[in-house]
Design a protein around this ligand. Structure first.
Ligand SMILES: N[C@@H](CCC(=O)N[C@@H](CS)C(=O)NCC(=O)O)C(=O)O
Length: 93
């Protein structure tokens, strides 16, 4: 059972690099992190963004819930850089 949760938009079927959620998901795969995907609707009107705001204090995804429960959100490129450097603010397993 994966301990990391990737909260991402439901738009990721496009699989393009313009999609921040897809970029982070690809990086998690490349780093061999075992994770569970939790999708949230795209756009301001979707109620599921209320959950993201409650969790992270802002409305954007991707958001990572790390193995110790730490909720982590920054600009996606910074998240990817820390993932690759092994300097995320919590464990991935
Ligand atoms: N610059 C941000 C962009 C994040 C972003 O736009 N995420 C999209 C999903 S891929 C989102 O949450 N959109 C919600 C909205 O625009 O209301 C990053 O790189 O993290």
């Amino acid at each position: 059972m994966p301990k990391v949760k990737l909260h991402r938009c439901s738009y990721t079927f496009l699989h393009v690099n313009a999609d921040a959620c897809w970029r982070l998901q690809k990086a998690l795969d490349a780093e061999g992190v075992d994770y569970e995907v939790v999708t949230h609707g795209f756009g301001k009107s979707d109620k599921s963004r209320a959950e993201i705001i409650k969790m992270s204090g802002q409305k954007y995804v991707p958001v990572l819930e790390l193995a110790d429960g730490t909720v982590y959100r920054e600009e996606t490129d910074d998240m990817i850089a820390k993932l690759k450097a092994g300097t995320l603010p919590g464990p991935t397993a």
